[in-house]
Design a protein around this ligand. Sequence first.
Ligand code: FES
Length: 108
Amino acid sequence: MLKGLVDAMEKMIGKVSDFAEGSGKMVAVDGKAVAVFNIDGKLFAVDELCTHAHGPLHEGSVENYAVECPWHGSRFDLKSGRVVQGPARNPVSTYKVVIKGQEVFLDI
Ligand code: FES
């Protein structure tokens, strides 16, 4: 019963092969934009919109598990969402990525 409730919050966002290593991709889940990154074979998901001025984080480069916003250079930790470097002050939300076989789900 409880497992069914948990599964109901997982939304399929594609196949593992849809997320190229070393890059980010934007997906839409229930009208919410999320940036998904494949870093060293692991998938991380954070809000697509930078908390500074809504820059597109999926277009940012990633170094040391932190994505850099392409607009003004804020950096966010992909694991926690915390700000590593401003000008942004507020963290982005992070989302759990679940892989089942070749399918990728977001716990959102
Ligand atoms: S919009 Fe991202 S740093 Fe300004």
